[in-house]
Design a binder for this molecule. Structure first.
Ligand code: NAP
Length: 409
């Protein structure tokens, strides 16, 4: 039986998971591919760290030695930061190898270039692990987009933020206490900025945009907000009317442009993400024929992420061109900024409120449910600069009583 030779760049959580899965699932891989998959080499940074790697695998800290291996078919990249990962992958693509990456930061910045280079070199790029870990989002989109037109995608794409929000609500504890808990459980890094300020979810959202719509919004026009300003008190107030805070990434095709946001919003029990708790991720894809499909599962971790990489391994070995990964068919929704919907507004002064903002109910001191468009709220914010507002998503079944119940002095 002929052999597919794989090199793994990085031997951390993901790299080791991929290595172990190639050993543990070698029969399945051989059966599907008709060839034996062998890890030929592993690139690491710190050569003094003890690792559980078989003697016959070539382990090096020098990338050039990997590039010069006599046979190399697939390179799995599982290191951190944009560089040197991008340069390494460009080199291996030029050598004619398929590549698979888990590195969302690098891929959000350079994915397009890598896909173009891969096409020129007739190799494939797998990047399933860059979005929502073990959940096969890219594969599902690839399948759906053959005929369906995607209109909208929403996702809980950062397990750390979702874990912190869940802890804050369930244990009525502060953001800081919940972050510490996430760090103790190994869900958050010592520097949690990427997760809690929404950068990680932002990168994943941009990757999804490329896949679903073939374009990305201007990065600096994307509303990106993390979860650091949500308090457990505000959560409790929202809970009184059956709402939970979730950190949701959203992509909407409005025709001449794709609009994206990554921010905390409120969802009621009808929303598909209401029950997505802890470190779980979820993605809902809305498309014209099938309607809404929701995928939920582990967004990170050694074996869930290895699962995504191994599925890509099969995919790149079976497909001859990366073209198949850059599908784009979409369907248009109207401008969402003009849509009248429910919002939770904090710090609102009701007697100063313009008539186009419909006050529905006061649910806490200075905290109102209102009905308005996003444009209306932007306008209000210019007059009442201290307000903060959160979208209430989905089918909001209000427990709200009549407008008359609002006391406007
Ligand atoms: N962890 C997850 O669940 C998960 C899920 C999806 C995607 N990802 C992405 O996958 C990538 C890897 O994540 P991870 O959690 O496995 O990270 P990790 O545990 O920190 O491991 C990173 C590995 O990369 C190696 N490395 C770093 N810089 C290197 C360099 N310049 N040259 C060679 N090796 C280098 C490190 O080598 P040493 O061991 O020698 O220090 C380490 O083995 C990241 O981009 C991450 O965003 C992670």
């Amino acid at each position: 039986m002929s052999v597919i030779k794989v090199a793994i760049l990085g031997f951390g959580t993901v790299g080791e998971g991929v290595y172990r899965t190639i050993q543990s699932h070698s029969d399945e891989l051989s059966a599907v591919l008709g060839k034996k998959v062998e890890v030929a080499a592993i690139l690491i940074k710190n050569k003094d760290r003890k690792r559980n790697i078989h003697d016959e695998v070539f382990v090096t800290t020098n990338f050039e030695e990997i590039l010069q291996l006599p046979q190399l078919d697939v390179v799995v990249e599982a290191i951190v930061d944009k560089e040197p990962a991008f340069t390494y992958l460009k080199n291996v693509i030029q050598r004619g190898c398929h590549v698979i990456t888990a590195n969302k930061e690098m891929f959000a910045h350079h994915g397009k270039e890598l896909l173009e280079l891969a096409e020129k070199n007739s190799v494939s790029v797998g990047f399933e692990a860059t979005v929502a870990g073990g959940i096969p989002v890219i594969q599902t989109l690839r399948q759906l987009l053959k005929i369906n037109r995607v209109q909208q995608i929403e996702g809980i794409l950062n397990g750390t933020s979702n874990f912190i929000l869940t802890e804050m609500r369930e244990k009525k504890q502060s953001f800081e206490e919940s972050l510490l808990q996430a760090q103790e459980n190994g869900y958050a890094e010592a520097n949690p900025t990427n997760d809690v300020e929404g950068f990680d979810a932002f990168y994943k959202t941009m990757i999804l945009s490329q896949i679903a719509f073939g374009v990305e919004p201007e990065w600096d026009e994307v509303e990106r907000e993390g979860i650091t300003s949500i308090t457990s008190e505000l959560m409790e107030t929202a809970g009184k009317i059956g709402l939970k805070f979730k950190h949701i990434a959203s992509l909407i095709n409005e025709g001449n442009q794709v609009k994206a946001s990554v921010k905390p919003v409120l969802v009621g029990s009808e929303h598909p993400f209401y029950h997505v708790e802890g470190v779980e991720n979820a993605v809902a894809v809305h498309s014209d024929l099938v309607g809404r499909i929701t995928l939920q599962g582990p967004g990170a971790g050694m074996f869930p992420t290895a699962s995504a990489v191994i599925e890509d391994l099969v995919y790149v070995c079976q497909s001859s061109s990366s073209k198949k990964l850059t599908v784009k068919t979409s369907s248009v929704l109207p401008n969402q900024h003009k849509k009248i919907k429910y919002w939770l507004v904090q710090g609102l002064i009701p007697h100063n409120c313009p008539p186009f903002i419909s006050l529905e109910e006061e649910i806490g001191e200075g905290i109102f449910v209102v009905k308005a468009s996003k444009d209306d709220l932007n306008h209000l914010e210019k007059q009442q600069t201290a307000i903060r507002y959160f979208s209430i998503e989905g089918e909001f079944q209000s427990k709200i009583v009549s407008k008359e119940s609002v006391t406007v002095n």
